[in-house]
Design a protein around this ligand. Structure first.
Ligand code: ZN
Length: 111
């Protein structure tokens, strides 16, 4: 039984604990945007996003236009939680994995 490496935890599994920019800032996530067309990468200021758009803003499954002049590409939001070695795209199935409590509740309803 090897210990599970923080690196091996898919970022989607972290979503339940880090849905909003305030959550991500509190958990010291490093968030960037990366353009699909030109590759331009930029740091995302989570505190600024929280101030401008509200602390409950989510970056999951979001995309935005590239900021580079002349580039019409779309950027993905990518994040690196502490312990992760690379930034992963904040793309997640909107159906969150069900919790143990939810599983138990559903089982009770089935029976
Ligand atoms: Zn671009």
């Amino acid at each position: 039984m090897g210990q599970r490496n923080a690196d091996r935890i898919p970022i989607t599994m972290r979503r339940a604990q880090c849905e909003t920019v305030a959550d991500m800032a509190a958990a010291v996530w490093d968030v960037i945007t990366a353009c699909r067309a030109c590759g331009l990468a930029m740091a995302v200021d989570l505190a600024l996003v929280a101030r401008v758009s509200g602390p409950k803003t989510t970056l999951w499954n979001r995309k935005a236009r590239c900021r580079r002049i002349g580039c019409a590409g779309w950027v993905d939001f990518r994040a690196k939680a502490p312990g992760m070695s690379i930034h992963e795209t904040l793309a997640a199935d909107d159906r969150l994995p069900i919790t143990e409590g939810e599983r138990a509740r559903r089982n009770r309803e089935d029976g």
